[in-house]
Design a protein around this ligand. Structure first.
Ligand SMILES: NC(=O)c1ccc[n+]([C@@H]2O[C@H](COP(=O)([O-])OP(=O)(O)OC[C@H]3O[C@@H](n4cnc5c(N)ncnc54)[C@H](OP(=O)(O)O)[C@@H]3O)[C@@H](O)[C@H]2O)c1
Length: 238
């Protein structure tokens, strides 16, 4: 399979990893739909670099906005072949201090939005015979991090969602997950530095390395579904 001409929506594509994925997909000939929420200026830059890709704005905390987002994609792009659920939130809070609001802040985007984007995406993909969904989870969904218990739970949820939806949407639509290790942007904080120090590859990863794994799943046959690929320099093996 090739990405040439395929319509792929990337959520949270204005900056960082999402931007790297969007640019890589555009370079491979995909028609990329760039989603953003607050980072409009960065999204415009990414879209321009992606060859004038169309922009879509939505607050993914709200299911009504997710529904509107996919209606817009259907209207402006005509179809949907691929969905990369990349948008997320990351906070560090002692589990003894976490509030209901802190919990909902992370889960609304990291887990609830991923589910409803998968639902909307799958409905659209079925109209054109099928498609590919890639959920960006995290090493934190595979390994426990004490001060990120809420984040770890949300990303472990993404991994189980990936496996359950792979069964639900088969065989027309595959659902797989890429679990990044530490992907630094700028100077590392102490926590990230400690993780990089024990990473067998002896460095952090790059958005391009995450994008390569995403492209693998977007191009793979329907025989590869429900899988999680850690792109973490071997950190999950420790
Ligand atoms: N960076 C790492 O080391 C690392 C490690 C493991 C896993 N990951 C995962 O990889 C993915 C990308 O990581 P990243 O560090 O590049 O992410 P990020 O910069 O923290 O977030 C990506 C985007 O998510 C969007 N977003 C957040 N809340 C939203 C909301 N309510 N509605 C719509 N969009 C929302 C933001 O869009 P706007 O800016 O437009 O508002 C943001 O730019 C995430 O799923 C993350 O959990 C990253």
């Amino acid at each position: 399979m090739s990405l040439e001409g395929r319509v792929v929506l990337v959520t949270g594509a204005a900056k960082r990893i999402g931007r790297g994925i969007a640019l890589r997909l555009a370079a491979q000939g995909a028609r990329v739909a760039i989603h953003y929420h607050r980072s409009e200026a960065e999204a415009r830059r990414t879209a321009a670099e992606a060859g004038g890709a169309p922009l879509f704005s939505a607050n993914l905390e709200r299911v009504t906005e997710i529904e509107r987002l996919f209606q817009d994609v259907a209207q402006r792009m005509g179809r949907l072949d691929g969905l990369v659920n990349n948008a997320a939130r990351f906070t560090r809070i002692d589990p003894l201090a976490i509030t209901e609001q802190d919990w909902d802040f992370v889960h609304a985007v990291n887990l609830k939005a991923v589910f409803f984007c998968c639902q909307q995406g799958a409905r659209l993909m079925r109209q054109s015979g099928g498609g590919r969904i890639v959920n960006i989870s995290s090493l934190g969904g595979l390994r426990p991090w004490a001060d990120h218990a809420h984040y770890c739970a949300s990303k472990a949820g993404v991994i189980m969602l990936t496996r359950a939806l792979a069964k639900a949407f088969a065989p027309q639509i595959t659902v797989n997950s890429v679990a990044p290790g530490v992907i630094p942007f700028g100077p590392l904080d102490d926590e990230a530095r400690r993780l990089v120090e024990v990473t067998p590859a002896a460095r952090g990863g790059t958005p391009e390395e995450i994008a390569d794994a995403v492209i693998y799943f977007l191009n793979a046959s329907e025989f590869i579904t429900g899988q999680v690929l850690a792109v973490d320099g071997g950190l999950s093996q420790r």
